[in-house]
Design a protein around this ligand. Sequence first.
Ligand code: F6P
Length: 335
Amino acid sequence: MTEPTPIHHPNPAGVKRVAVLTSGGDAPGMNAAIRAVVRTATFESLEVVGVRRGFSGLHRGELNLLGPRDVANTIQRGGTILLTARSSTWRTPEGRASGAKYLREWGVDGLIVIGGDGSFHGAHYLQQEHGIPVIGVPGTIDNDLYGTDHTIGYFTAVETALDAVDKLRDTGASHERVFVIEVMGRHAGHIALDVAVAGGAEEVFIPEDDKPVTDAVEIVKESLAKGKRGSIIIVAEGYPGGAQGVADAIQAGTGMETRVSILGHIQRGGSPVSSDRILASRLGEAAVYALMDGRSDVMVGRDSGGICYTPLHETWERRKDVSRDLYRCAKTLSV
Ligand code: F6P
C-alpha cells in the first residue's frame, strides 16, 4: 500500500482565521484536539486564535494568536492549555454579544468549541444570534453526546476509574467487605457500565435505570449465598442517592461491612490514552475542514470509523443510550 500524501482541503467558505476554545469540564485529550486544530489550520495556511477560559474568556476578550510551536509537547498532557470554565455570563444575550464583538474584531471566520452539551448550547446561541459559524468537538469524559460513538476523554476516564477499582478490589477482598464505588456521570452511566464489565463488578447502578436501591441488598445476599465473601458495586454519580445511598441500604439490609469510595475528579486528569489522542486528532482536523467546507452549527463526531456531522441541538435533544447489551453482559458475568 502506498502512503496517502496529505493534500490541501478545498476552502469554498474562504476561511482565513479560526478560533478555538475549550469549555465546561476538562477532559484528557482536549490538548490533542487543540493541537490538531492548530496544526491542521497551519497546514492549510490559516491562522488560529486561541481563546482562554472558554466562553468566560471570550466575552472578556482573552484572545491570542496560536502557532504550531505553541502546541508542541501537549499531545500527552491532560487538562487544557487554553484553560476552561463554566460561564454564567455566556447564558445572557449581553455576554454572547460581547464575545461576538471580540471575534469580529479579531477577524475570526469560525469558532471551534471543544466541550460537552452545555458548551454546545453556548456555541449554538452564538451562531443563531450573531451568525458566526461554529463547530463543536465532543470533549467530555461522560460520553453522553448523541452523534458520536465516543467523546474525547472517555477512554482515559474509564482506564483511570478501572485502575482504582482494581486497587479497591485488593483491599476489599482482603477484608471480605462490600465496596461501593462511585464513578462520574451526572446524567449518564457510560463510564459506570464499562467499568463494571471491565472491573468484574457484581452490580451497577446508572441514572438511565429505575432499578430500586433495595436491589443492591438482594444482590449482596445472593453473592453471599454463592460463596462470595466480598462484592464490588459500581454506581454512577447521577443515580439517585449516589454510592452512599446504595452503601447505606446494603449495610442496613445485610449487616455486611460496607465501604464507599467516590472517585471524583481524579477521573478527569492524567495523560490521555492512545484512543483519546487519536480521536482528538481526527476530530480536531475534521473541525477545521468542516469550517472550510462552509458547515456550521454542527458537531463533528466519529461513527463506525468515519467522520459524521450532527446538528448541535440534536447532540443534547436526542439521547445516546447506554449499551443494553453491555448491561446484560455485566449481569451474566456476575453469576
Ligand atoms: O461533565 C463532566 C463531569 O466530570 C461530570 O461527570 C461531573 O458530574 C461534572 O463534570 C463535575 O463538574 P465540576 O468539575 O464542575 O464539579
